[in-house]
Design a protein around this ligand. Structure first.
Ligand code: PLP
Length: 443
């Protein structure tokens, strides 16, 4: 049992979290990037190796997913400046945002339509490569277009993949595993949307449904995989592979920012806000960004007020030793991609000195952001993604945030700053579901 009074005395923010208030929190554990990165056993070399693996597989991806052909089989999303949304944040939300506002559109990522196309696909490709090399069905240096051949599908049909998911990770793992020929089971929590289950089944993926939350789906997926000697479990909470797949995003973003003439340095700070569930996606991206930009990158997460597990884990230092239900929250949210009650300890420990802070967001705000973005810029992103707008909305408006920028010597540089909202999902959401979402936005 958690002694709430004691916890609140020691970590005051837990009081606001417990009351499900919207919180803007600055991470007191943030350190200089150099010091923080030295404590992490992963390095830039690991991220570069992940990038190289994705390049090796590009010929296969281009062949298996024709939509990626024009990009040479590299799954990457656009970066767009959204000045009209910036105006809307300033006008309707009193944001006072001075710098440029950009949208990193992982909502449009090929194959899986969400940020999970990064980590999820990467991990399955790594697993497939390991198996194929081990068993000698592919040689080092061979063109990986060979992974699209029927003999490879026959080979992988001997192996099973399992994953627990609130939806999007299942989509990503299910689609790529099925494309390679694996027998794949996706264990879905109660939060998972029906259309995601339908889409997976249409691709020959086995979908197992649970009445419980994400934790239960993960537990069952893991147990099934362990029973099968040829089973592999994608462990969202502890996977280094997923994490590195996500981290590659930073290398790609660096190129995109250069191409867009957006400077990032001491004079031109970069603020990035990323929606957070169990932590893998935002964690990996954070690690990559801090490797690339060091102290010039200021990375914040956004979580639903009822599922603020990463903030709770990092602020208390308890990581996966505490869950949102322990402080009386439900863990339930419309933001299905973020409906996680207990954070990843691996991610929390890895990013606890890299993360600048967090914002918690009420579900209603997600729908307003969603509608505003569609009205002003014509982009649809899913509600989970929209949590990230809390960053640019509050960074120059809230006093605790202004104290942060002042402490970092940025007070007079905010006009030169760039703000990236990481749009984590959207393109696969069916039209009927989009309309239902839009119906919930305030007029
Ligand atoms: C999974 C997901 C996230 C968060 O990723 P985690 O690795 O769970 O933290 C954010 N947005 C969307 C749309 C997602 O599907």
């Amino acid at each position: 049992m958690i002694d709430m009074e004691k916890l609140e005395r020691e970590v005051p923010v837990t009081g606001s979290l417990r009351r499900a208030e919207e919180v803007s929190w600055i991470n007191p554990r943030l350190e200089r990037a150099k010091d923080a990165l030295e404590k992490i056993r992963l390095t830039m070399k690991d991220v570069e190796e992940a990038d190289a693996r994705l390049r090796r597989f590009a010929p296969f991806i281009a062949k298996a997913f024709p939509g990626t052909e024009s990009a040479g089989g590299i799954i990457e999303s656009p970066l767009r400046e959204i000045p009209r949304m910036k105006e809307a944040l300033n006008r309707a939300h009193g944001a006072r945002l001075q710098g440029r506002l950009l949208l990193k559109m992982d909502s449009e990522l090929a194959v899986a339509g969400s940020v999970k196309a990064r980590g999820g696909i990467y991990e399955i490709l790594e697993h497939a490569e390991n198996l194929a090399l081990q068993e000698g069905v592919i040689r080092e240096g061979e063109n990986y277009e060979a992974f699209a051949e029927p003999r490879m599908r026959a080979f992988f049909s001997n192996y099973a993949v399992h994953v627990g998911s609130t939806g999007n990770l299942g989509l990503s793992i299910g689609i790529i595993s099925a494309a390679l020929g694996f027998r794949v089971s996706v264990h879905m929590s109660q939060d998972a949307k029906q259309w995601k289950k339908d889409l997976l089944r249409s691709k020959g993926v086995r979908v197992v449904e649970y009445a419980g939350d994400y934790g239960e789906a993960v537990k069952n997926g893991r147990a099934e995989a362990q029973k099968d000697p040829k089973g592999y479990f994608v462990d969202d909470e502890n996977s280094v592979s997923l994490f590195l797949g996500y981290a590659v995003a930073a290398l790609r973003l660096r190129r995109q920012l250069e191409e867009a003439d957006v400077p990032v340095d001491e004079e031109h700070p970069l603020f990035v806000c990323i929606p957070c569930g169990v932590g893998g996606a935002p964690g990996g991206i954070t690690f990559g960004l801090k490797l690339v930009y060091g102290d010039s990158a200021h990375v914040f997460y956004a979580e639903p007020v009822q599922a603020c597990c990463m903030l709770l884990g990092i602020a208390t230092g308890l990581h996966d030793g505490i869950c949102v239900q322990d402080i009386g929250l439900t863990g339930l949210t419309e933001a299905d991609g973020l409906a996680v009650g207990r954070p990843s300890k691996f991610v929390g420990k890895t990013v606890e000195h890299l993360l600048a802070g967090e914002f918690t967001v009420e579900d209603d705000a997600l729908y307003s952001y969603m509608k505003e973005l569609l009205d002003t810029e014509g982009f649809f992103i899913e509600p989970s993604s929209c949590a990230a707008f809390a960053g640019p909305e509050r960074i120059e408006r809230e006093e605790v945030c202004r104290a942060y920028t002042e402490a970092h010597g940025l007070a007079d540089r905010m006009g030169q700053a760039s703000h990236i909202v990481w749009a984590t999902g959207g393109s696969l959401v069916p039209q009927s579901v989009r309309e239902e979402f839009l119906g919930r936005a305030p007029e």
